[in-house]
Design a protein around this ligand. Structure first.
Ligand code: G
Ligand code: G
Ligand code: MN
Ligand code: NA
Length: 254
């Protein structure tokens, strides 16, 4: 059987799991939120990362039901955690461009939000610059609707894909995610450092929050803090973790 065939039955066989990576305040090192990341426990091939199957899910259209499962599962977890600690928990999920093209996406999200009683300001949708390869007016309209229901929008992998800076004028962006490819150059590549500093200044001037991804060591953290990056996501603090581990290790009510 091909991986594509297996993907058709993966949802009903309950083979997907979300893991959650904490996002921490650069200064206080407190956890501000979590990014939900999908994993596939394939019956024969073991644990598969999204790079192995999200492209297939997009090609087959399965990304729509899988994406809906991701949104509902992340919200269910968010509700559970907020009840556990007695305050709202920020959660972000990744959206494919295919999902953004669905006219009923925002209705689906809003219905799920009401069902799980999530404060919309604490739910964030991550998009990538690949949305600009599609019909931009339709996508912009969807993003406006997401803003209207009170949710946040983050741009993932900023500056690595097909886009021009002029979209920053049009998009209702709350957060810019600085990609690991630039973070890797801290301490050894002046151009990466210049790009990071410029992204942070740009984000601040545009009124957007910043988060650095793939932060793995203290030197990177110090550089990012020095230049005003607000939040950090990376192995230096936390790997993506299973929900149960997060509950046991990070969410002790006090
Ligand atoms: O977790 P990992 O670093 O392997 O994720 C690799 C990529 O897969 C990330 O860039 C992320 O954007 C994407 N990804 C992870 N989870 C999801 C998901 O639920 N939906 C979509 N569309 N992409 C995801
Ligand atoms: O959505 P996005 O492409 O940004 O997903 C982030 C991906 O980066 C996830 O798959 C996550 O597992 C991975 N990741 C997060 N932090 C680190 C890190 O510090 N180092 C490395 N190598 N990967 C990371
Ligand atoms: Mn992401
Ligand atoms: Na990213």
């Amino acid at each position: 059987m091909s991986l594509t065939n297996d993907l058709y039955s993966a949802l009903e066989n309950n083979e997907f799991e979300l893991v959650y990576q904490p996002q921490v305040d650069a200064t206080s090192q407190q956890i501000n939120g979590f990014e939900a990341l999908i994993r596939w426990h394939h019956p024969d091939r073991g644990l598969l990362s999204p790079a192995k199957f999200i492209p297939l899910a997009e090609q087959t259209g399965l990304i729509i039901p899988i994406g809906e499962w991701v949104i509902r599962t992340a919200m269910a977890q968010q509700k559970k955690w907020q009840e556990r600690i007695g305050k709202a928990v920020r959660m972000s999920v990744n959206l494919s461009t295919k999902q953004l093209k669905m006219v009923d996406l925002v209705d689906f999200i809003e219905r799920a939000r009401l069902e799980f009683e999530i404060d919309p300001a604490y739910f964030e949708l991550e998009i990538t610059e690949s949305i600009f390869m599609a019909d931009t007016t339709q996508i912009l309209d969807q993003l406006e609707r997401i803003k209207k229901i009170g949710m946040a929008v983050a741009i993932d992998d900023f500056g690595t894909e097909y886009a021009s800076l002029s979209y920053l004028k049009k998009l209702p962006l709350d957060r810019i995610k600085i990609p690991k490819t630039f973070i890797d150059g801290i301490g050894n590549n002046e151009k990466d450092e210049a790009i990071i500093v410029s992204i942070i200044i740009l984000a601040i001037k545009l009124g957007c929050n910043t988060i650095a991804e793939g932060v793995e060591d203290e030197q990177q953290l110090i550089f990012l803090k020095q230049h005003g990056c607000a939040e950090i996501q990376g192995y230096y603090f936390y790997h993506p973790m299973q929900a149960q581990k997060i509950e046991h290790e990070l969410l002790n009510p006090n």
